[in-house]
Design a protein around this ligand. Sequence first.
Ligand code: ZN
Length: 348
Amino acid sequence: MISELRRSVAVPFLLAAVMAATLPAVACRASHPAPPDATATAATQKPDPRPEDFDPTPSTPPAMKLSGEKAFATLKEFVALGPRYLGSPGHAKAEQYILAHLEGALVEQDQFNVKTAAGPFTMNNIIAKFPGKKDGIIVLAGHYDTNLPLKDTTFIGANDGGSDVGLLLEIASQLHQQMKPPAVCAGICPPQLEGYSIWLVFTDGEEATITWTDADSVYGAKHLAQRWKHDGTAQRVKAFLLLDMIGDKDLHFEHEANSTPWLYEVAARAGQRLHLESHFSDRYGAISDDHLPFRDVGIPVLDLIDLDYGFDNLYHHTTQDTPDKCSAQSLQVTADVVAETLRALNTR
Ligand code: ZN
């Protein structure tokens, strides 16, 4: 799969946008193309911001300090719950684990019934909301389920589902500490973050129930994106950052072609400021993932993903996706890039 990705060393920002629209899209999780959605762009009617508008100045508040070690410890504890495929005991335990670690945060459970390719299931997206002083929301998301077709194996998805949960829960813990009561307050004053609100979304049903197609995948993301479209939330989301397979010991983020080009550039510039550019790969190709339903309702999206997991992506969706293939260092790299990207996004 990975060999199909186009190599494009230092693709300039505008060229990347053109390539996303013109190159045959390569879907690493599906054999079908996933072209950019023209209606979403038309619906927003707003010119894209320029990546350079998000470059922090020396007076910009420092980035949140996150621990790759703690994220890795959580990853290991989380995947030790066992396989988390739909309807399994491990799936129920995973929900409880996430909820227990979000205690004290404002949590919403987006439970719904859906008819999948493999039959009806109840699914549950978990959303932790950290309100901010600025008007707007930045979403950080990742999925927690494992693959139903692998139910008869020991597949635990350490990198695929475990790594993002580990990091999102570390971010939750740090955000919790950053929440402060407003300086001026009369009456009941709930604590807030300094910048935009941050919502952490743990999606369910990301994996295919039989074989990856548009219809049989990203069930939770599709449900939530439609809800946000209809209740007006979509218009308030400034950026949707998806974390997927970010624990690989040998970490190199894709230049993911379905991501919003300016948002990818903001993250790549964050990586450069941190001298982590060597973790940004020149592999250029389109990936089908949880970010697409949100892009399709007009939200700027970024899929921060490494889809070259083991030689020739050998560990992906196999029982070899275990914690020893991941590392605290890689989670630290992702954590630092995410924190610096949030810092940058908050400059506007
Ligand atoms: Zn997967």
